[in-house]
Structures are given as structure tokens and as C-alpha cells.
Design a protein around this ligand. Structure first.
Ligand SMILES: C[S@@+](CC[C@H](N)C(=O)[O-])C[C@H]1O[C@@H](n2cnc3c(N)ncnc32)[C@H](O)[C@@H]1O
Length: 311
């Protein structure tokens, strides 16, 4: 799912750690050989956060995590959690209304996942949609759903960090939903991505981003009641494994145990962080909804949806 971008940092960390060991080089090679790509990525991330390396025993913590290079298990969990009629009948009208979409609107769904948002909007007659995702397993499931629904998909496969000329040209709306931006761990990259999205919109175009209620997660009050956009929560389990101001690891599983549990490494956004990047990029009229409501109790909402307009 996430490409290992900086293996050397982890290697350096190991070398420092084992510097007094005479066989250091071969020990390091051994550790790297027996470690999955995703696990390496996680360890690398952990060593990049100073506080983590001080507060946590990285070897012990990562040894306990369910790290998986393949996204097959997670794509099945996500599909169960987020592809449903109950989601689509609420989400699509909410987006249509609050993003002022009509039949000729050009929409760019930057994280297709297993297809709920794109397909839900197509069911409402909003057909001019290009969808994007980097994950082949997710795309495969989305294509299957599209076939069942008799709708067609146009799919790009950009990493948001490298989005250039998309198949669409400028859009009237960009959607980054399903708690997706949180996959990017570094705040300067959030800022850059939001800037890129701003550049891809027409004047008057709108960007919608949603995130979990990380403020409450950071307070030790994780909630997943299904009051938000994602309705099928009774069949999946989500357990916080590690919670830190710079990083959270959530363990996802299916309650029937039919797929292996998967740990996701996520960035816990702070209050106002996304609005701040959006404002810096030039977005105006920024609105925040809690579980799709304009008035909400921030202690109890599952999800926030943030919408800004390019003016
Ligand atoms: C939690 S899923 C949400 C999918 C969908 N939007 C939904 O609500 O069901 C996040 C999606 O973002 C995709 N993704 C993560 N990082 C990405 C990146 N850097 N560029 C493009 N897609 C990415 C993942 O492959 C995954 O399908």
C-alpha cells in the first residue's frame, strides 16, 4: 500500500543501535532480509519520529504489529466497512448538495477505494467523474462493483504526491473521502497535496476531505459508533494499537474473523490543521460538518467532513 521510500534511514538506525557489535553489518543485513517491506516502512517511520524512538521500544512494538505488504486483506475489510447502499444513499445527496453538483459537474474522486463515492454519485446521475487510486486490489473490487451497477469507471493511478496532468483537466469538485489523507504521515506533504488539489480546481470549485475524530482518539477516547458516513461498522473491528501525537496505528479486522487483521499507520490530524492548509492554499468559505451535520458535539462525532471553495 505504501511504498518504502527511505530504507537507508532504518539501516542507519540499526547500524547505530548495533555499533558495538562486531558482526554489525551481517546482523543488519539479516534483519532487513527477514522483514517485510511494509514492516520496514513502519519501522522507518517510527525511527523518524524522535519522541517515538525515545518513548517506545521499537523492536518490541513493531514485533507486535500485524504488518502486511499485501493490501488484499485490508481491501476486503474496507469494502465491508465502506461499500454499502446505506452509505451511498446518505453520502451522495450530501455531496451533491454541499458541493453544488449537477449533471454537468466534473468531479475528481482522488481515492476511489472500492468505489462507494464514485458509484453513489453516478447513481444520482453525476456521470462526469474520474476516479483515482494507487492500490490495485482496491481498484479490482471497485471495477467489480461498477460492473454489478452497470456503470463505467475512468481510473487514474496517481500517487497524490505526484499528481500532474490528470485525465480530467480542471475539476468542479475534488473528493478525498473515507479518511484517506491520513495515510500521508508528514504535515508538509498534506500542505503540498492540498495545494495541488487547489491548482486542479476550476474557479468556484470545491474540495471535500474527511477525517476521523482524531482529537478524541488522541485523548484516549476512540469512537467508532457508525454515526458518521460509514455505516457498516457492526461487522468490522477497529482497535487503536498505538496512539501518539505524530502517529496512530489502528488495527482493522472483520468480526467474523474471515480475513487476517491489518494494522494501518495513520497521521492523527490536530484540530484545525486541514482548515489551516486549505486556507493557506487559498480556499475560502471553509465549512466543517460533524457526521454530516452543521451543528455537532465535537466530543461525540465519528468523522469530520471539511469543504472549501476556490475563489
Ligand atoms: C481508507 S481508503 C478510502 C477509500 C474510499 N475513498 C472510501 O471512502 O471508501 C483510502 C484509499 O486511498 C488510497 N490511497 C492512499 N494513499 C494514496 C496516495 N498517496 N495516492 C493515491 N491514493 C492513495 C488507498 O489505496 C485507499 O484506496
Amino acid at each position: 500500500m505504501i511504498q518504502l521510500d527511505d530504507k537507508n534511514t532504518y539501516k542507519d538506525y540499526l547500524i547505530n543501535k548495533y555499533e558495538n557489535n562486531r558482526n554489525c553489518a551481517s546482523l543488519v543485513e539479516d534483519v532487513l532480509k527477514n522483514t517485510s517491506q511494509y514492516e520496514l516502512y513502519v519501522r522507518n517511520q517510527l525511527t523518524n519520529f524522535q519522541n517515538w524512538s525515545l518513548d517506545y521500544d521499537i523492536e518490541r512494538k513493531t514485533g507486535k504489529l500485524h504488518l502486511n505488504d499485501s493490501t488484499l486483506a485490508f481491501s476486503k475489510i474496507l469494502d465491508t466497512a465502506s461499500y454499502s447502499d446505506s452509505r451511498m444513499v446518505i453520502e451522495a445527496p450530501f455531496l451533491k448538495k454541499n458541493l453544488s453538483l449537477n449533471k454537468s459537474s466534473k468531479v475528481y474522486d482522488v481515492c476511489l477505494g472500492t468505489g462507494a463515492t464514485t458509484i453513489g454519485l453516478k447513481r444520482l446521475g453525476i456521470n462526469h467523474i474520474i476516479s483515482n487510486d494507487i492500490d490495485d486490489e482496491m481498484i479490482k473490487i471497485a471495477k467489480k462493483h461498477a460492473l454489478e451497477e452497470d456503470v463505467s469507471l475512468i481510473i487514474d493511478k496517481y500517487d497524490w504526491r505526484e499528481m500532474g496532468d490528470t485525465s480530467m483537466g480542471n475539476a468542479d469538485a475534488i473528493l478525498c473521502l473515507g479518511n484517506s489523507l491520513t495515510y500521508i504521515m508528514r504535515p508538509h506533504e498534506h500542505e503540498r497535496i492540498i495545494n495541488l488539489f487547489y491548482g486542479m480546481l476550476n474557479e468556484g470549485g470545491k474540495l471535500a476531505i474527511d477525517i476521523r475524530n482524531y482529537t478524541e482518539l488522541l485523548r484516549g477516547n476512540f469512537q467508532n459508533k457508525g454515526t458518521g458516513p460509514y455505516k457498516e461498522m457492526e461487522s468490522i473491528s477497529i482497535d487503536p494499537i498505538l496512539v501518539h501525537t505524530d502517529m496512530a496505528v489502528l488495527r482493522y479486522g472483520l468480526k467474523d474473523g474471515s480475513v487476517e487483521k491489518t494494522d494501518l499507520l495513520l497521521y492523527p490530524f490536530k484540530d484545525g490543521e486541514i482548515e489551516c492548509w486549505m486556507r493557506n492554499s487559498g480556499f475560502k468559505d471553509i465549512k466543517i460538518y460533524g457526521d454530516y451535520k452543521e451543528k455537532f458535539d465535537s466530543k461525540t462525532v465519528d468523522f469530520y467532513t471539511i469543504i472549501g471553495t476556490k475563489t
